[in-house]
Write a protein that binds this ligand. Structure first.
Ligand code: FRU
Length: 499
């Protein structure tokens, strides 16, 4: 049985259960909660106003706005018939919610995909004066899936002529039929020159590349699935894009999300650095590389059409893990995104790696900053950013609360750990209370930047050269910070809510 059929059954069962009882799924009492101030509600991460969200989709910059679409089920707080929810921002930090952008139709539910600005109107769906935004997404036909067919995922297209406010489906959908493979989804489109669009598609355990000159007809180019890659689960949500090395050379990066099979259990994103000749992606890489060693950064991809004058490859991920996403202890909404990050190449011993650097716009969150010294610090507020320097071989950082709950980040020898076994509510899933680890081989740790929100911790070593993103659900906020192995002058910033 595919995981989507299992989910459909789970969804029906949950709907019946929620009709019969008002028992909360977590410990959270929502009776007098105020929207955006509920327990565990992220205060500076994007989350939907209500109900279920998973992957970020269709991220495109256009006319001064960052568009964020996302896998959304508007009728429940567990996964179900997928729509594209929608929000916009001018700065990647403060978001305005917009109505649902794309709804299911007779061809199926609307799974993940991407959006591009068709500046030359190559699709003919707009006009030279008003070229369209074009979204490519996967149709998931639940009827075909339940009937045991193989070809129930196809690629569809919708376009917008009013800055993404309304979307029209292309009349000849689907634009890419299914060749008889169950997992055939998550089209991510990029333009490699004025004439050519390239689509990366997740096809079971490989990435297939297609090309088109009008976004409507697609020709298969090649497949990528090296022997040594991670294959612990199905491949999903690819993203192929060029990046310039610090030395000025152009390389191509391919992101591939995989579930399960991540380095710390469940879902995670591997990446490949190589070359793309317009048809084939090739790499000299021989070992698996992970974008984030925490358990909670999945299905992330980059924004298209960010102006060359900005030059960044901007990324956001879904801050959860399929291992427990449907049962995390929130009720009004379920899931948030990671902080936005800029993806950049850096090298160790002449080998390239991908850094995820927190975007500079996040500095606008800082409300009050202080220099801290000593080992024990009382946190006066709950939204915290720390900037720490360490030259010690080993160090530790512990956030704790009067209820005895704590999360510990520590470096011992060549390994960085995040221990959330006693971090708060943990027993909603056996895989959640864990001690996650990441090898720091070859990376001289100089500084750490840590972001604490109401239900997440993001750790950026050396400005994102090693990253760990983890959810935590403390019953009350962490009020104490205990530091070991740090220099005497470190920075503590209290952050403000964006809601
Ligand atoms: C990844 C994913 C995608 C799919 C979507 C369905 O989390 O499984 O492959 O398109 O979620 O919601």
């Amino acid at each position: 049985m595919s995981r989507y059929i299992i989910w459909s059954l789970l969804f029906i069962t949950t709907m019946i259960a929620s009709c019969n009882s008002s028992a909360p799924l977590g410990s959270e009492d929502t009776s007098d909660s105020k929207i955006y101030n509920e327990p565990h509600r992220p205060q500076y991460h994007f989350s939907p106003e209500a109900n279920w969200m998973n992957d970020p989709n269709g991220m495109v910059f256009h006319e001064g706005e960052y568009h964020l679409f996302y896998q959304y089920y508007p009728d429940s707080n567990v996964w179900g018939p997928m729509h594209w929810g929608h929000a916009v921002s001018n700065d990647l930090v403060r978001w305005e919610h917009l109505p649902v952008a794309i709804e299911p139709d007779s061809l199926g539910w609307i799974f993940s995909g991407s959006a591009v600005f068709d500046a030359t109107n190559s699709s003919g769906l707009g006009s030279p004066e008003n070229p369209p935004l074009v979204a490519l997404y996967t149709y998931h036909d639940p009827v075909g899936a339940e009937a045991g067919k193989d070809d129930y995922q196809t690629q569809g297209l919708a376009f917008s002529l009013d800055n993404g406010r309304t979307w029209e489906k292309y009349q000849n959908n689907p634009v890419l039929e299914n060749p008889g493979i169950k997992d055939f989804r998550d089209p991510k489109v990029t333009q490699i020159d004025q004439e050519i669009w390239i689509m990366s598609l997740a096809v079971k355990d490989k990435i297939s590349f297609y090309s088109s000159n009008n976004l409507l007809g697609w020709e298969h180019l090649s497949d990528f699935n090296p022997d040594w890659a991670a294959y612990g689960g199905v491949w999903e949500c690819p993203d192929l894009f060029p990046l310039t090395t610090p030395e000025g050379e152009q390389k191509w990066v391919l992101l591939v999300s995989i579930n399960p099979g991540g380095p710390n259990g469940g879902s995670a994103t591997q990446y490949f650095i190589g070359d793309f000749d317009g048809k084939h992606f090739t790499t000299d890489q021989k070992t698996v590389k992970w974008l984030d060693y925490g358990a909670d950064n999945y299905a992330g991809v980059t924004w298209s059409n960010v102006p060359a004058s900005d030059g960044r490859k901007l990324f956001i991920g879904w801050m959860s893990n399929w291992m427990y996403a449907n049962v995390v202890p929130t009720q009004v909404w379920r899931s948030a995104n990671t902080l936005p990050r800029s993806l950049e190449l850096y090298s160790i011993d002449q080998e390239y790696h991908l850094a995820s650097r927190p975007v500079k716009e996040l500095e606008m969150l800082r409300e009050e900053s202080q220099v801290i010294s000593g080992q024990n610090i009382t946190l006066e507020q709950e939204l915290v950013e720390l900037q720490l320097q360490s030259s010690a071989a080993d160090f530790s950082i512990e956030f704790s609360n009067p209820a005895g709950e704590r999360v510990i980040i520590e470096k011992k020898g060549d390994t960085l750990f995040v221990d959330r076994t006693e971090s708060g509510l943990v027993d909603f899933n056996d895989g959640f209370p864990a001690r996650h680890s990441a090898a720091v081989n070859g990376l001289g740790i100089e500084e750490l930047r840590i972001f604490l929100d109401r239900s997440s911790i993001e750790i950026f070593i050396n400005n994102g050269e090693l990253v760990m993103t983890d959810l935590v659900f403390p019953r009350e906020r962490y009020t104490q910070l205990h530091l070991k192995g740090f220099e005497n002058e470190n920075q503590l910033h209290y952050l403000k809510s964006v809601w």
